[in-house]
Design a protein around this ligand. Structure first.
Ligand SMILES: Cc1ncc(COP(=O)(O)O)c(C=O)c1O
Length: 321
């Protein structure tokens, strides 16, 4: 089967509140594909079709050492017959590749799928789209298809416009989605029905996300919640991890024996903050909410190792994912 011949993801019940009046369901985009999971499959779809149309044989993209986008691009490229190049933040990671791969599941999986890495310093990484650095890439790799960091561009947004089904647009009052670059949120917003509101939970500190999303949508039916609860990107608290462990255990039922695992950077924080909005009455009454599970579970192993190193409590369902 073609990677992009995807059927719609299933919606599962996450939790009911207010005596069952406020219902939260979760759309399991993470189950669409084992390696190209969640929003990544949607964002890569039209980019890969365009790369094929232009006759490219190599995809080049950018990311951090635990990036879900790097993992997914390596897998999608491998499946679709492309060579892949990952420009990775952190020059030091390239000094001993074997050691780096030994301690990093994201990079070792991408490497096994054929991705070639270019490790760059943090300052070069910050300036990766500047002419000077692009010339270096062109000289080294020639004519390749570039996909931006996080995978967001107009073709990615076109893909994320396919997440909601006709039934979702009719049934739900609120759609919730996590944001890194805002591309997934923009596609969701573009595809919503007029009566729906989109709640966007940014994974980053700062008030720039609204404008990022507005680059790709003219709609105004959305609100952005910046990451001012846990201290910023990839930060967490014991409370968040306990919440995620608890909700995972509750989600394991006879109808859903594998439960609903979340990851701590995007979807875990989204569900925590959504629950807070419901518990504090910001959202109340007869309300149907659909949260999008955007995948990213591949990062949990590395995240747990980091928590363990700091002596913090860890995600206890890691062996059940
Ligand atoms: C698991 C997960 N969820 C959500 C997002 C956010 O997607 P976007 O960058 O389109 O806002 C990402 C992004 O990078 C992600 O890895």
């Amino acid at each position: 089967m073609n990677l992009f011949d995807v059927t719609n993801a299933v919606n599962q019940s996450f939790k009911d509140y207010n005596d069952g009046k406020t219902r939260v369901d979760i759309k399991r985009e993470d189950l669409l594909h084992e390696l190209v999971s969640g929003n990544k499959l949607r964002k890569l779809k039209y980019n890969i079709l365009e790369a094929q149309r232009q006759g490219h044989n190599t995809l080049l993209t950018y990311g951090g050492a635990f990036s879900n986008h790097i993992a997914a691009t390596a897998a999608a490229g491998n499946i679709c017959g492309f060579k892949t190049i990952g420009v990775i933040r952190g020059e030091e990671l390239g000094h001993n590749l074997e050691k780096t791969l030994g301690g990093n599941k994201t990079l070792s999986t991408a490497h096994a799928l054929g991705m070639q890495f270019k490790f760059v310093s943090r300052s070069n990484y910050r300036e990766k789209y500047d002419d000077k650095f692009q010339k270096v890439l062109n000289a080294e790799y020639g004519h390749v298809y570039h996909i931006p960091e996080g995978g967001t561009n107009h073709l990615a947004v076109k893909g994320t416009e396919e997440i909601l089904t006709v039934k979702d647009k009719d049934y739900y009052d609120y759609i919730c989605v996590a944001a890194g670059t805002g591309g997934t949120a923009a596609g969701i917003i573009n595809s919503t029905a007029p009566h729906q509101k989109v709640l966007v939970f940014s994974a980053l500190k700062g008030d720039f996300m609204f404008d990022e999303i507005a680059r790709y949508t003219h709609r105004e039916n959305f609100m952005v919640f910046d990451e001012n609860r846990f201290g910023g990107y990839a930060r967490s608290s014991d409370g968040l991890i306990k919440f995620m462990n608890g909700r995972f255990r509750e989600s394991v039922t006879s109808e859903n024996p594998k439960g609903i695992p979340l990851e701590p950077i995007y979807t875990g924080k989204m569900m925590y903050r959504l629950e807070h909005l419901v518990k504090t009455g910001v959202i109340s009454g007869e309300t149907r909410i659909l949260a999008i599970h955007t995948g990213g579970l591949q990062s949990v192993t590395g995240y747990n190792a980091m928590l363990e190193k700091k002596g913090k409590i860890t995600l206890d369902y890691i062996n059940e994912i």
